[in-house]
Design a protein around this ligand. Structure first.
Ligand code: FMN
Length: 202
């Protein structure tokens, strides 16, 4: 089991990273191979809409996404962890998502299959400061399309409200335990038994 764990907050050691690290801890304890990627440490560009992938099936930009494309194609599970910024994901995550256009082109313009015949499963870990009723709706909708572009499927996520200041999540041990337990389950249980919120507006 290979898990690609994307850390999408610009804040090092913040709530998102603490939550993601709990999932990673659980997954490693169950024997997963985990690659954690803090997006803010990478040098990569958003999609520049040059259209080259439409016929090449590959992105022509040469940057740190090169290795992320490779990692994604080898992964069984993609975990994207992000705080809510203005009712959406962060712009680091947005740039990462946009670069899936190269996969979209391969799949829908060129009719290609996943090169390893995998169907990666997409999971969100997300949190925000407010109680907003539809706080995670946009994020879920967007990630569903991203996973579809990458020959994968969104399966659900863990979502937490009223977490704001750096470290606030440490007072929500039940959230961290949920993430840890999910990490273990990704390895030990079939997908139907993963304890996820699967709604379209969690
Ligand atoms: C630029 C920016 C925009 C934000 N927008 C929202 C928002 O729309 N809704 C919300 O509930 N929280 C919002 N927040 C609060 C963050 O989601 C919250 O502080 C979160 O705990 C930060 O997680 P981190 O420590 O992993 O970075 C925003 C924070 C920033 C810096």
């Amino acid at each position: 089991m290979h898990i690609l764990a994307i850390h999408g907050s610009p804040r090092e050691g913040g709530n998102t990273e603490i939550l993601l690290d709990s999932l990673i801890e659980g997954a490693l304890s169950a024997g997963a191979k985990v690659e954690k990627v803090p997006l803010y440490q990478l040098k990569f560009s958003p999609c520049i809409e040059c259209g080259e992938c439409d016929h090449l099936g590959e992105c022509v930009l040469r940057d740190d996404m090169d290795r992320l494309y490779e990692s994604y194609l080898n992964t069984d599970v993609l975990v994207v962890a992000t705080p809510i910024f203005f009712y959406s994901h962060t712009s680091y995550v947005q740039a990462f998502f946009e670069r899936f256009q190269a996969f979209w082109a391969r799949k829908y313009r060129l009719g290609q299959q996943h090169p390893l015949n995998k169907t990666p499963k997409g999971i969100l870990l997300a949190l925000g400061a407010t109680k907003g009723k539809k706080l995670f709706e946009g994020l879920v909708r967007s990630f569903k399309f991203v996973m579809d572009a990458g020959w994968g499927v969104y399966v659900g996520g863990l979502f937490f409200r009223e977490i704001d200041k750096k470290g606030d999540i440490l007072s929500r041990q039940e959230a961290l335990e949920k993430a840890r337990s999910l990490g273990r389950d990704l390895v030990l249980k079939p997908e139907e038994e993963w304890d996820l919120d699967r709604s379209s507006s969690p």
